[in-house]
Write a protein that binds this ligand. Sequence first.
Ligand code: G3H
Ligand code: 13P
Ligand code: ZN
Length: 314
Amino acid sequence: MKFSDFGFVNTNNMLKNALVGGYAVPAFNFYNMETLTAIVSAARKTHSPVILAASESAIQYMGDDMLLGLMTGICASPSEQIALHLDHGHTLDACIHAIDLGFSSVMIDASNKSFEENIKLSHEVAKYAHRHNVSVEAELGILNGIEDKNTKSTKSSYTDPDAAAEFVKRTGIDSLAIAIGTSHGPYKCKTTDDKLRFDILKQIEKKIPDVPLVLHGASNVHQKFLDIINTYGGKLKDACGIDQAQLRRVAKTNICKINVDSDLRLAFTAAVRKTLKTDAGVFNPRDYLVPAIKYMTETCVYEITHKMYSKDKI
Ligand code: G3H
Ligand code: 13P
Ligand code: ZN
């Protein structure tokens, strides 16, 4: 399939527009009909461009055919600016597979490899992707936390601004994910710095002013969902995320794409836990999946309006 057959666009224009406009485009992770429904309806409610992000393990979970069916079901039109993006692809094969399926954008994450190996792999992906008009994100620097079975790190390293300039030049990628102190998952206080390193971000912006930057690990980890989860039998005691003010500041910089997964996982889980605990007679999954879609949609709308877009950009 070609991504245009689904009505998707690549991320080049949406990120360039965000760079010029001083806002960020959300990338929300999906892995089933419920997450996808929430993300797409929030984008439509807010008239926001959106990046539908699927990790390698999410693709495996859905299966190629089911994923393609879900994509057809969105009935996207190019004017809506919806991109389908591979999140944290770890190999050239994974990126080729996604592109051949109809993804409009891929991330090659070779950030755990040496600088030269990262350049080599990212460049190979860029060559293949660009032949198919697919946009490419790569990563330099290491985030803390668990992303998937392939990416688990306990030692972060900030992105080096000089290396970032060389990396972009030699790989030909379209956007760059950087490490400035965020981490993946809902336990950011243990692994994330109190304050994001805006000084490093500024230096990177100076070196590569025309390159859209990407922030991973950007969930707020909303207290209201932690409270619901913990009230109704969950045990997420030390969970915490990145504060709202810092993320709003980030969205006005050259960071043009902000990745959110954990916030939707928490919203989903909060709705399911609450429904099952408050009505012990519930056995129809739709009775807890409908509230889950509602909580996730509200979360996406909130994140888009309060975090990614400054009010005047909507
Ligand atoms: O940063 C990556 C995402 O949170 C994906 O996680 O591989 O469990 O789908 P996943
Ligand atoms: P969070 O775990 O903060 O939601 O980050 C998600 C992410 O970076 C997906 O690539
Ligand atoms: Zn990530």
